[in-house]
Design a protein around this ligand. Structure first.
Ligand code: PLP
Length: 378
């Protein structure tokens, strides 16, 4: 019998501890496992290869993403590194032109030097993606909603135009509660677990998920062979975070939907980027492929760059910090913070203004969040 999302979030991949009955998966803080005789063991040999706490986490992640296989990694960028290492020198990646800055930097500063090529394209335009894929490609890399301008790529359409080229979707912004790309035609889903999955801004982690057994096996082996595994404590923290993912996401969405509508009408706001607003270019696609619209909002103020930066320093409940997806609200200025490693010209091509502000709307009381933004307008 398949259970609902909330039941899976709380139980999938986990059983009471066989030795004590502990209801919570123990933090198996061990590097190795004793063998009864050479090569005779209980399924665990050395904790880089496998660890019961991590295994429980991977079981739960896969169940939430409607995936058969999940590999947890020590960060979102470690998960990206595994994918790119698997492709190897000579591979060509066609990627969205509005990606997390650290992803762009990993492509350009590390893997381009190792012989991979990257071409950037507007993934909201399936015809442009199809044209980019006319030259042989090994992977289509898509973020939706994008970071930071919250553009929406149509995953089903991209799965059609990508044909035999595998498609990876970075599902960090939506979380599996709002969007499950494997069910829409993606081949690989990637997350920074640091964000909504962990949910409490207390852990760095990543994951890769797929239904392809051979691909999953390569990713698991590469993670073991190259080493970026999450420790047992980090695995436990994400496993605990997952138990409230559905409840947190609903509150993130409630707050963000209300704030986006309010900001949209605000006289000092030039533009609001939120896929839940009917005026957003990707609203219809978002409605069709997401269950709700998420907790991230970007906006431009009428005062431009200087006013935008000053605004970020005036909020009190929204903390000025990088990252997103935690229970507490954050505000940041992408051009000088999360996306400073993306050249100004690339940022302009992706359509994001230097004055853009990004909000990660937390799960505090809506009135307090609105009052805080209100006082920051001055
Ligand atoms: N993908 C997205 C969309 C992100 O926002 C981030 C981090 O901000 C990453 C990947 C990288 O994840 P991590 O910081 O866990 O390495």
């Amino acid at each position: 019998m398949s259970h609902g999302f909330g039941t899976r979030a709380i139980h999938a991949g986990q059983q009471p501890d066989p030795t004590t009955g502990a209801i919570m998966t123990p933090i198996y803080q061990t590097s190795t496992f004793v063998q009864e005789a050479p090569a005779q063991h209980k399924g665990y040999v050395y904790a880089r290869g496998d660890n019961p706490t991590r295994q429980a986490l991977e079981g739960c992640l896969a169940a939430l993403e409607d995936a058969e296989f999940a590999t947890a990694t020590s960060s979102g960028l470690a998960a990206e590194t595994i994918v790119l290492t698997d492709l190897g020198a000579g591979a060509r990646v066609v990627a969205g032109n509005d990606l997390y800055g650290g992803t762009y930097r990993l492509f350009e500063k590390v893997f381009r030097n190792l012989g991979l090529t990257f071409d950037f394209v507007d993934t909201t335009d399936p015809a442009a993606v199809a044209a980019a894929l006319e030259t042989k490609a090994d992977l289509l890399w898509v973020e939706t909603p994008t970071n930071p301008t919250l553009k929406i790529a149509d995953i089903r359409k991209l799965a059609e135009v990508s044909g035999d080229v595998p498609m990876l979707v970075d599902n960090t912004f939506a979380s599996p509660y709002l969007q499950r790309p494997l069910t829409l035609g993606a081949d690989v889903v990637l997350h920074s677990m640091t964000k909504y999955l962990g949910g409490h801004s207390d852990v760095i982690g990543g994951t890769l998920m797929t239904n392809d057994a051979a691909r999953a096996d390569r990713y698991a082996k590469l993670t073991n062979w190259t080493g970026p595994v999450p420790g047992p404590m980090d695995s436990f923290l994400v496993l605990r975070g997952l138990k409230t993912l559905h409840v947190r996401m609903d509150r993130h969405c409630d707050n963000a939907e209300a704030l986006a509508a309010w900001l949209h009408e605000h006289p000092q706001v030039e533009r609001v980027y939120y896929p839940g607003l009917p005026s957003h270019a990707g609203h219809e696609v978002a409605k069709a492929q997401m269950d709700r619209f998420g907790g991230m909002i970007s906006l431009e103020l009428k005062g431009g760059v200087e006013e935008g930066k000053a605004f970020c320093s005036r909020t009190k409940v929204f903390s000025l910090a990088e990252s997103l997806g935690g229970v507490e609200s954050l505000i940041e200025h992408p051009a000088s913070m999360t996306h400073a490693s993306v050249p100004a010209e690339e940022r302009r091509k992706a359509g994001f203004a230097d004055g853009l502000i990004r909000l990660s709307v937390g799960i505090e009381d809506l009135e307090d969040l609105r009052d805080d933004l209100d006082q920051a307008f001055g």
